[in-house]
Ligand binder design. Sequence first.
Ligand code: DC
Length: 217
Amino acid sequence: MIITIDGPAGAGKSTAAKLLAKKINFQFLDTGAMYRAVALAALNTGASSFNEPALEQILSKLTIKLEENKVILNGMDVSIQIRTKETTELAGVIATSKVVRTKLVELQRAAAFERNMVCEGRDQGTTVFPEAFCKFFLTARPEMRAQRRYIELQEKGVHTTLQEILDAIISRDLRDENREISPLVPAHDAMILDTSDMHMNNVIEVMHQEIQRRGMQ
Ligand code: DC
């Protein structure tokens, strides 16, 4: 059984997905971490731009494993490196690539096969799991999302400013919403939640009620 949570950066998806998965005893899939891991692998090649054949070559050599709160790229724990500004920026760029999206969609479906999973990303309800049992689209005002991301990064020891994050969020939103393949849009059957003025407990409660309303105990 699959539950999808999509939405823009900083809308609370990761936290909501983790908490919801825990509450209903599902596994959790952070698909943004997979795009970030590919971006890091690309950065590690030392090249500065990546066309489709170059990305295909990078993809053919990498293994990504997502463990509880850890991202393992080619056997190395890269959970911190995938959150840097440089990797974040490149992740948004390589997420427009057809070869990257095709490969990661395949890995995401394989990861969820015969599992109960809360899958979080941008295209989970629209492209990856169109038949998901329940779909959510979380959003929030950009200023609120920037504020949340700022606190999150500070806690992780990544140094940046609030304005820098807000600018990055706005430009990433634009790119995510306007890309040709799997743009960031709510699935037609998703429940849309604006979390700007909601406490996370409240978000989880609303989601849980919706899941129960659809028949899951
Ligand atoms: O959620 P995040 O910030 O970790 O995502 C990193 C980048 O990957 C972001 O630019 C959007 C992109 N992404 C995507 O295109 N599709 C997904 N399913 C998940 C993330």
